[in-house]
Design a protein around this ligand. Structure first.
Ligand code: NAP
Length: 446
């Protein structure tokens, strides 16, 4: 490892870091253009990230004026890394090639390898000449909204920008690496009471759930709202239920095991449905949905909380959307950001229009939303749902766990951090928030 990265590990001062040379190359988790057909003809579930994700030394790209190099202490697995590693729905090299056409700096991204990862916590190593708000040595987390601020459409809500991208998915040089290259407007302060791996897992899923529920751009949740949350102990869901509880609402979590029910109860979510135990058959065959099963689901929700949910937090997609539209209250909102089980959606439109419901699309978060969501983590008001930790070398196995829904909450990945538990700068706040609460998912997953 380079002197600079060793110095980061040793806790060097900003001056010491500034005086050392940047390494010429770094370790990154990547997929290869030459392998995009390796799973051709296989079922999604058989496509194995352990075969397609490699950890290799790659050259360090040059730094653009609006960018920063960050030494990544820890990162996390997001579902987008699963999509990239199984080359579904499309290989991500198409995104890199399109980005590469935007100009000389963008051209750096169009390579025959794609360093993945859309979360990171670490230390700023260098800033470009146009960066004002950050300096060498700053401890940061990184959000994944990658936006060109010279695009006029970015200046209302940067998620509306024509060339908005997700860093480490639609751009190269992602966070599952020892060094990452990010735009300065992706940086946010690291929560001082958290370890590197606890700090690294929040930005993507927390910001997404925040926009979907709390931000004026989302479902505009208010006090007293009942919110149905699919996958409530998963990456998005474990943040969503915390936002509902913090906002004075009642989450109804849906999960698939008694262990997950218990975890959510421990987090403070009283109303939880075990969808496996309930054995809902929303689809009687591949083409037909069964309204009587939607009704049974709705009845189970009312039995728990006494009414229909004003908001449904959707992301499973094809398997659940019919039930979500049906179960939502009159004039309620189904807010969706994904379609894990299939993106060709079917629902009964009569239940939407006759009851004046809205389906709202949502995607990640703008800088302001990501910053506000990060602030809640910094203040200990949102807990990090870290359930398991892998090393960078084990990134394929970590992605496999997420691909097969074998995890709870979020999986952290140690990049430069040699062990868990490092990087806690504010033990007083940690004690105030509560060690037991901060480590709830980790103790559960252990
Ligand atoms: P995750 O950690 O795997 O959690 C998803 C949860 O959904 C699982 O824990 C599972 O919970 C539940 N689930 C999976 N398949 C289901 C099905 N057929 N029916 C009902 N529930 C099902 O993943 P995540 O990080 O929350 O991400 C979820 C999806 O959102 C992914 O497709 C991801 O790509 C997408 N996403 C989009 C954005 C965006 O900005 N647009 C941001 C983040 C994530 P149980 O088995 O316990 O029910």
């Amino acid at each position: 490892m380079s002197d600079l990265l060793n110095a980061v590990l040793a806790g060097a001062t900003p001056d010491e870091l500034a005086g050392l040379e940047m390494p010429g190359s770094y370790r990154g988790a990547l997929v290869k253009r030459s392998e995009v057909d390796m799973f051709a003809g296989m079922e999604s579930s058989d496509k194995d990230p352990r075969l397609s994700l490699h950890v290799e030394e790659v050259p360090l790209p040059e730094l653009a004026p609006d960018e920063a190099y960050v030494a990544v202490m820890a990162s996390s697995i997001n579902f987008n890394t699963v999509w990239t590693s199984i080359f579904e729905p499309l290989p991500t090299f198409g995104f890199l090639d399109r980005l590469g056409k935007e100009g000389p700096w963008a051209a750096r991204h169009a390579l025959d390898y794609h360093v993945v990862g859309s979360d990171a916590a670490g230390v700023v190593l260098r800033t470009g000449s146009a960066v004002r708000n950050w300096k060498v040595g700053d401890k940061v987390t990184v959000h994944c909204n990658y936006v060109d601020d010279q695009d006029p459409s970015a200046h209302d809500d940067s998620m509306l920008a024509a060339n908005q991208r997700i860093w480490g998915f639609e751009s190269n040089f992602g966070g599952l690496a020892d060094v990452t290259v990010v735009k300065a407007n992706q940086l946010m302060p690291k929560p001082a009471h958290l370890s590197w791996e606890e700090a690294a897992i929040n930005a993507l899923c927390n910001s997404t759930a925040y926009r979907m529920l709390v931000s004026p751009n989302g479902a505009r949740m208010t006090q007293g709202d009942k919110v149905l949350v699919w996958g409530a102990s998963g990456g998005l869901g474990s943040f969503a239920v915390q936002h509902v509880l913090n906002g004075g609402g009642t989450p109804i979590g849906v999960v698939s095991s008694p262990e997950k029910v218990k975890l959510l109860n421990d987090l403070g979510v009283e109303a939880v449905i075990d969808r496996k135990a309930a054995n809902y058959r929303f689809w009687s065959d591949e083409h037909t949905q069964d309204e009587s099963e939607w009704r049974r689901f709705g009845k189970d929700i009312r039995a728990l909380v006494g009414a229909e949910p004003e908001i449904v937090f959707e992301h499973p997609g094809r398997q659940t959307m019919g039930a979500s539209v049906f179960a939502c209250k009159r004039a309620g909102t189904i807010v969706t950001c994904a379609a894990t089980s299939g993106y060709m959606i079917e629902y009964d439109n009569r239940h939407l229009w006759m009851k004046l419901k809205t389906i709202k699309g949502s995607h990640f978060a703008n800088y302001r939303e990501a910053w506000d969501a990060n602030q809640l983590v910094c203040e200990g008001k949102v807990l990090p749902p870290l359930s398991a930790v892998y090393t960078l070398e084990e990134v394929g196995e970590a992605a496999y766990q997420v691909h097969h829904n074998l995890h709870e909450g979020k999986i952290g990945v140690l990049c430069l951090a040699p062990t868990e538990g490092l990087g806690i700068d504010d033990p007083e706040l940690r004690a105030k928030v509560g060690e037991d609460r901060i480590t709830l998912f980790r103790r559960h997953g252990a």
